[in-house]
Design a binder for this molecule. Structure first.
Ligand code: ADP
Ligand code: MG
Length: 252
């Protein structure tokens, strides 16, 4: 596949949550594309709609209006096998809080999506061995999540997201729940995945990392895209004052 090809197209996406009769506009007309092999960084203050956007792309929630296209096909038209294929083989999702199942070992957590998708056991085992080796978690596979460090849990969650070999992975603040000493090891893995050419959409407050690794960065503000561009332009071109003001507006 040509690496310039559009994998995902997000078209005028809106999401309104209504809680006790009070509407909150979380997304207010978001439009962008994600190219094959692209690392797209998403930044923005808390409450700007980043998780809502990822949840819509992952089909965890439905947008109120707008469209998401996968290689030109509207994902809202997917049902049954097509939807399972989208969630399994097309899009992997790394939730902010790891979302591992506590009563399953690391190995069982990673194998879960493979068994849901009826992969034969020897292929699944081989894939588990390869991914665990790559992520350095072979020795925690028999542990339960409560026996793992935050960094280990996150690597198991990454392994689970990678296990179906998806075309793209969505990351929601992958280092925010980690102790500071664990942050570097998870960022290193993410950089390696980016270098392998995996398509990644990454919500993060790690500014330096986002600047170094992203092909493109989107800044969200109150449910809209406030700025979008290449990191070298978005971070360095504005005058110093503007940069400071800009960062105060958009970062934690
Ligand atoms: P971010 O991930 O950028 O912090 P979110 O997407 O979580 O932002 O939230 C965007 C807005 O939508 C916020 O105002 C938040 O309070 C609201 N919101 C998020 N989830 C829900 C929900 N399930 N019900 C009602 N309001 C929600
Ligand atoms: Mg969030």
């Amino acid at each position: 596949m040509n690496c310039k090809e559009k994998l995902l197209e997000v078209r005028d996406l809106h999401k309104v949550y209504t809680k006790e009769g009070v509407p909150t506009k979380a997304l207010n007309g978001i439009t962008f594309n994600v190219l094959n092999g692209e690392y797209l960084g998403i930044m923005g203050a808390s409450g700007s709609g980043k998780t809502t956007l990822l949840n819509c792309i992952a089909t965890v929630i439905k947008p109120t209006a707008g469209q998401i296209l996968l290689s030109g096909a509207n994902i809202s038209s997917f049902d049954g096998g097509k939807l399972a294929e989208y969630r399994g083989n097309k899009i992997g999702y790394l939730f902010q809080d790891f979302a591992l199942l506590d009563n399953l070992t690391g190995r069982e957590n990673i194998l879960l999506p493979l068994s849901i998708h009826n992969m034969d056991i020897s292929t699944a085992e081989k894939r588990l061995t390869d991914i665990a080796g790559f992520l350095g978690i072979t020795d925690v596979l028999s542990k339960f999540p409560t026996q793992m460090s935050g960094g280990q849990k996150q690597r198991v969650a990454i392994a689970r997201a990678l296990s179906m070999n998806p075309d793209a992975i969505l990351f929601d603040e992958p280092t925010s729940a980690l102790d500071p000493e664990m942050v570097g090891e998870v960022l290193k893995i993410m950089k390696e995945l980016a270098q392998e050419g995996l398509t990644m959409i990454v919500v993060t407050h790690e500014m330096e990392f986002a600047r170094d690794v992203s092909h493109r960065i989107i800044f969200m503000d109150k449910g809209v895209i406030a700025e979008e561009g290449k990191p070298e332009i978005i971070f360095t071109q504005p005058k110093e004052e503007r940069t400071r003001e800009f960062l105060q507006r958009y970062l934690k």
